[in-house]
Design a protein around this ligand. Structure first.
Ligand SMILES: [Zn+2]
Length: 221
C-alpha cells in the first residue's frame, strides 16, 4: 500500500466515523454496559479515564465548562435543593471550619482591613453626615452592646481570663443599674477582669456610667 492509498483509507475511515457517530457511540455504550459487572474491566477503564484526564487538563476543563454552561439552570437548581436539604449540616460544617481556622480567618480579615483602611477612613471623614451617623451608632443599644463585648473580649484575652461575651446575650441584662437602681447605660463585671473575674454573663450586671466609674477596679459588695 503506498502513501496515497494509505491516506485515502484514513480519510474514508474518518468520514465513516463522522457519518456513523451515533451508532458507534451506542455500540460503545452497549459494550460498556455488557461488561459493567466485570470489575477488572471497570478498573482498567477508570485508569484509562484518569490517565486521559491527567494528560489533557485543558480539554477536561473546557469540557466541564461547556457542560456547566449548557446545563447551568439544572446545576443551580440542584445546588439549591442540596443546600435546602442539608441546611443544618452545612451550618455545622461552616461553624467547625470557622472554629478550626479562627486565627487564619482573623489574620486574613485584618490584612483585608489594613489594605483598605486609609481609603475607608478618608471616605468616612469626607462624609458630611458623619457626626449624625456616629451619634446614631452610639445611641443604638445593639451597637453599644457589640462595642462593649468587643472591648471586654479584648481585655479578657489580654488578662488571660476565661469567657467570651456576645452582644445578643449581654442585651438580655437590661434592668436598672445594679448598684444605684438608676438608669443603666451599660454593663459592669462584678469581679473585674483585672482581678480575675470571668468574662461571662454570670459575672455581668447592668450598671450606670457613674457607678461603673466609681467602682473602677474594686470588687462590688
Ligand atoms: Zn448606678
Amino acid at each position: 500500500m503506498d502513501d496515497e492509498q494509505r491516506q485515502r483509507k484514513k480519510e474514508r475511515m474518518i468520514a465513516y466515523r463522522a457519518e456513523h457517530r451515533e451508532e458507534l457511540a451506542a455500540a460503545e455504550r452497549a459494550r460498556y454496559a455488557s461488561r459493567r459487572e466485570d470489575e477488572a474491566f471497570r478498573q482498567r477503564n477508570r485508569e484509562k479515564v484518569a490517565a486521559y484526564k491527567e494528560a489533557n487538563p485543558s480539554t477536561v476543563r473546557e469540557t466541564k465548562r461547556q457542560e456547566y454552561a449548557k446545563n447551568r439552570e439544572t446545576y443551580l437548581a440542584s445546588f439549591r435543593a442540596y443546600r435546602a436539604d442539608h441546611r443544618e449540616e452545612i451550618a455545622a460544617s461552616k461553624r467547625r471550619y470557622a472554629e478550626e481556622h479562627r486565627e487564619e480567618i482573623k489574620a486574613a480579615k485584618r490584612a483585608a482591613y489594613l489594605r483598605t483602611r486609609d481609603a475607608q477612613l478618608a471616605r468616612q471623614k469626607a462624609d458630611p453626615n458623619l457626626p449624625a451617623k456616629q451619634a446614631a451608632y452610639r445611641s443604638d443599644p445593639v451597637h453599644r452592646a457589640a462595642a462593649y463585648c468587643w472591648h471586654s473580649n479584648r481585655r479578657a484575652e489580654k488578662y488571660g481570663t476565661p469567657g467570651r461575651l456576645k452582644a445578643a446575650d449581654v442585651l438580655t441584662l437590661d434592668g436598672p443599674c445594679a448598684y444605684c437602681g438608676g438608669v443603666a447605660g451599660g454593663w459592669d463585671h462584678v469581679v473585674p477582669l483585672v482581678a480575675g473575674g470571668e468574662n461571662t454573663l454570670a459575672n455581668l450586671v447592668p450598671a450606670c456610667y457613674s457607678c461603673n466609674r466609681r467602682k473602677g477596679r474594686s470588687v462590688a459588695r
